[in-house]
Design a protein around this ligand. Sequence first.
Ligand code: HEM
Ligand code: HEM
Length: 437
Amino acid sequence: MTGRTPQRTSRRRFLNNLILHFRPTTVPAATLPLTVSWGLGGMAAILVLTQMVTGSLLNFIYEPVPSLAYPSILIIHDDIVFGKLVRNLHHWGANLLVIVAGLHMLRVIFTAAFYAPRHVTWYLGLGLMALVLGANFSGYLLPYDQLAYWAVTICTGMLDYIPWLGPYLKALIMAGEEIGPAALKLFHTVHTTVVPALFLFLMTYHFWRIRKAGGLVVPKQPEDPPTGTPLRVPTVPNLIVREMAMTAVILAVLLVLAVFFDAPLGEPANPGLSPNPTKAPWYFAGLQELLLHFPPVLAVTVIPFLAGLLLLALPFASQPNEAASIWFGTRPDRIAAGAAAIGGVIVTLLWVFLNEYFRTEGWHASGIHRVFSGEIAFGLGLAGLAGFFFILRRRVDLSRHGAFQAVLMLLTSVFLTLTIIGAGFRGAGMRLTWPGG
Ligand code: HEM
Ligand code: HEM
């Protein structure tokens, strides 16, 4: 006697059937242990869906016209029951999405999950990352306050530095010469129709490709049968229970942020009064920081182009298959990656401080500053990366995969440090300062 009524059994069967329309019946047991990086892709998916729900609610009240946009946000704040909470959820959901999708991407990079047969999943992921940033950026203008107006102005201004294409791209994005009614209308339409449609398409395709590739990468387990097929366990309840827990965790984090911290809202946009400093949204702060150290074409065109090329080329880098899914396989791998992470922070800090010194002490005329900022610095940086890889391979005798992971770790660490400095430690005149200073 199990104590289950026929109704409960048939309800349970119905639920299982429904779940198994979307999920495989079994999953490799090795993908189930709850590691720190577990379920980041799933969390990103939950956040996208939450954004669609909260965004649709906001859209009932929001008016995409410069004279009405800001007042409509005030109505959402003050006159609509739970209006402020919904806006806060949308604001924090958007920020969390950048972080969670970014961490998911790092997990994919460091477990080498981008090689065939996962290369299409990887490219779809790159498309999703671009979409996450595009969704955030197109939403940024909508409150039409000073913060929104000038952050979008500074970002679209960066496009001017892209040779040939830049001015056309800028005119296309802004639907004209400057941010005004046409730009707001365009941003709103893209944000509320194009972005959700593309998300649904790319996400569905992403999930299907994960299935086609046979699920997630898994390290070979000692208990796996000799045929090489990993041990599999039923999806219900093993995976589903964990996914429900993951959903509860991310929604709880989002709710706590939305309840305790309000989304910022400055003064209404004033095209005649630019704040000092005028800052890009935090996820573009690394790019804005680069502009302080390099000539614009290098900062806004060459470096992002090379970074994009590196990401596109990753699936073509050959590697031993057994390295896939292993974070930092051996002790030397881990030491090298740790040293790269710490080294990246130290080198970037030193470089930023030296540049600040040369910038503010008027050394520009002397030419010495070019060693720290400009084409020479860029060349030295590239040579440093190649040298680091060479030392790890030839002197430390790391595997190609281990050395590659360490180089990627170094780049990640430099990028994150630049982003943190740009977003938190730049004040009036873009001088270095403490946060809030
Ligand atoms: C992944 C998808 C989405 C992301 C990342 C996103 C992001 C954002 C961001 C960053 C803002 C500015 C919020 C702020 O003031 O801090 C915003 C505002 C807004 N979004 Fe979205 N959004 C998404 C989807 C949607 C959808 C699907 C809709 C509607 C159908 C929508 C409607 C709105 C509206 C009306 C605003 C203006 C209200 C406000 O600023 O609070 N969003 N969005
Ligand atoms: C909104 C953004 C995204 C969503 C909703 C999403 C969703 C997912 C989900 C649910 C999984 C399976 C479980 C997991 O690993 O957590 C996954 C796996 C994967 N994702 Fe994403 N993802 C997103 C962005 C990205 C990005 C930015 C990349 C890389 C550029 C990427 C590349 C991959 C790859 C290669 C896999 C397969 C990993 C493996 O086989 O181990 N995804 N994604």
